[in-house]
Design a protein around this ligand. Structure first.
Ligand code: TYD
Ligand code: MG
Length: 451
């Protein structure tokens, strides 16, 4: 009989140690090292019968055959886009996100919409809870089977009888395998159950979708190696107080990671948002001062985003600067540039900045809209609603070019804007434009043009 082997794992970063210690020398967390049994004497196998081992032989790349573009299309176009065209047979996709953001809702909704047979395995909710959720989603599909189970051997037993086309696991942290004695959610259980799922996916060409919890740093809980093992890592994010959710791809072996999907959480599940710009711009009856619209890009997708600023005289000695959805350091930098390079006296003013829709914008092309919104609020003069902005601000007060300007101009034109302000140094295609492109190079210039 083989000896039971144990090792010490950091539960935070997954580093392995030969003996216990108080602090993990890799991630510096305290009290995270736990002893785990790594191997029992039995052989590991996703299926006891699968021992057909044909040795692989090396082949020149030119002779390797692929059945190109064989993708399983889900009914969810946003997800298809993020995956690079649909689910790849035999791929393992990991979906991470904050608790309550809608991971289970998204995957159940997709499972219910599929034509193919889906086995939805949940270790988190009972069958009746899932049924209640499915009723909210108002989709009745007999092709989706619900199994509440956490033991992988039992799951695979069911799979052998059912032979599903797609497998969904909610969540990897609840699974455990008989091969290992550690409790569910520990590093070695997560590693081992994922390895079993990957082996199953590759041997049967079944796509597997796995939900993963995230830890307090916002990365998927468990060892980093988990993200290396799977083919696709998706992140579902958003502000829980807002209804918009963004599906981002962090790793994709079969497509680009620049795509992203946008959803709106409704009472009846997640709705795909095909034209996000329309919902992110708030409807107003009259022109209000302090708002400007930026033509930004999220991944590869153009997004028109409304920036709101409020500039008022500071009541206390130290003026307040606050920002939602936009980097506060960058806001301070822009205020300093306005003060020093363009001579606007904002030093004694409170400045509040808000990006509507509860989204976080990292695209520097939003800078010009931020500047315009601040100046508009400072002068209490509105910017016409049919103007939009796309440029970065440099430390010298110069207006800098941004990437993919043609895509931004096209989106602005499509949404009916009449003028777009860009950097003078941005090259763009001039023919057949139904929108006026205004090129500026300094903050003073844009101020003179707007007010
Ligand atoms: P859930 O999918 O359970 O989140 P996760 O699996 O990521 O933890 O989503 C739960 C939230 O979604 C819950 O707070 C309620 C909300 N919700 C809706 O707004 N509409 C719906 O149709 C459903 C099913 C959930
Ligand atoms: Mg859930």
């Amino acid at each position: 009989m083989a000896k039971t082997k144990t090792t010490f794992f950091c539960q935070s970063c997954g580093t392995q140690f030969p003996k216990w210690q108080g602090q993990c020398s890799s991630c510096k967390e305290w009290n995270t090292i736990v002893e785990e049994i790594v191997q029992k004497e039995e052989k590991r196998n996703w299926k006891q019968t699968s021992s057909k081992k044909t040795a692989n032989i090396p082949l020149p790349v030119s002779e390797i055959e692929i059945n190109k573009e064989h993708r399983i299309h889900t009914h969810n176009n946003e997800l298809n886009n993020v995956l690079g065209g649909g689910l790849v047979p035999g791929s393992v996709t990991l979906l991470g996100g904050e608790p309550g953001i809608g991971k289970s809702t998204l995957l159940l909704q997709i499972a219910l919409e599929m034509q193919q047979q889906v086995l939805y395995v949940s270790g988190e909710e009972s069958q009746s809870q899932i049924k209640m959720r499915a009723e909210r989603l108002q989709n009745k599909n007999s092709n989706c089977l619900i199994l509440t189970e956490t033991n992988t051997q039992n799951i695979f037993k069911n799979i052998e009888n059912l032979d599903p086309d797609i497998l969904v696991i909610d969540s990897i942290q609840t699974l455990h395998t008989n091969q290992i004695d550690a409790s569910p959610g520990t590093v070695s259980q997560i590693k081992e159950t994922t390895a079993e799922l990957i082996k199953f996916a590759k041997e049967t060409a079944t796509p597997v979708l796995v939900i993963g919890h995230i830890n307090k740093e916002g990365t998927i809980a468990g060892p980093k190696i988990l993200e290396h093992m799977v083919d696709v890592v998706l992140q579902f994010e958003g502000d829980r107080n807002h209804t918009y959710r963004i599906l981002r791809s962090q790793k994709n072996r079969f497509g680009s990671t620049a795509e992203l999907g946008i959803y709106e959480m409704l009472g009846t599940g997640l709705r795909e948002v095909t034209n996000p710009s329309e919902i992110l711009i708030s409807e107003k009856d009259s022109d209000l001062s302090g708002t400007a619209i930026a033509a930004t890009l999220e991944g590869m997708r153009p997004l028109m985003i409304e920036v709101q600023a409020l500039v008022s005289t500071a009541v206390y000695g130290t003026p307040q600067r606050s920002s939602t959805g936009y980097n506060l350091k960058r806001l301070n930098m822009i205020l300093a540039v306005l003060e020093k390079r363009a001579g606007f006296r904002l030093g004694a003013k409170d400045v509040f900045l808000n990006i509507t829709g509860g989204i976080q914008v990292a695209d520097p092309a939003i800078d010009l809209a931020v500047v315009s919104a601040i100046l508009s609020s400072n002068d209490d003069e509105a910017i016409p609603q049919n103007y939009t902005f796309a440029a970065e601000i440099g430390l010298a007060g110069e207006i800098r070019p941004v990437n993919r300007i043609d895509q931004r101009i096209a989106e602005a034109e499509k949404l009916g804007f009449d003028k777009i302000f860009i950097s003078k140094f941005n090259k763009y295609k001039k023919d057949n434009l139904g929108i006026q492109v205004v090129c500026v190079s300094k903050i003073e210039e844009i101020y003179a043009l707007l007010f």
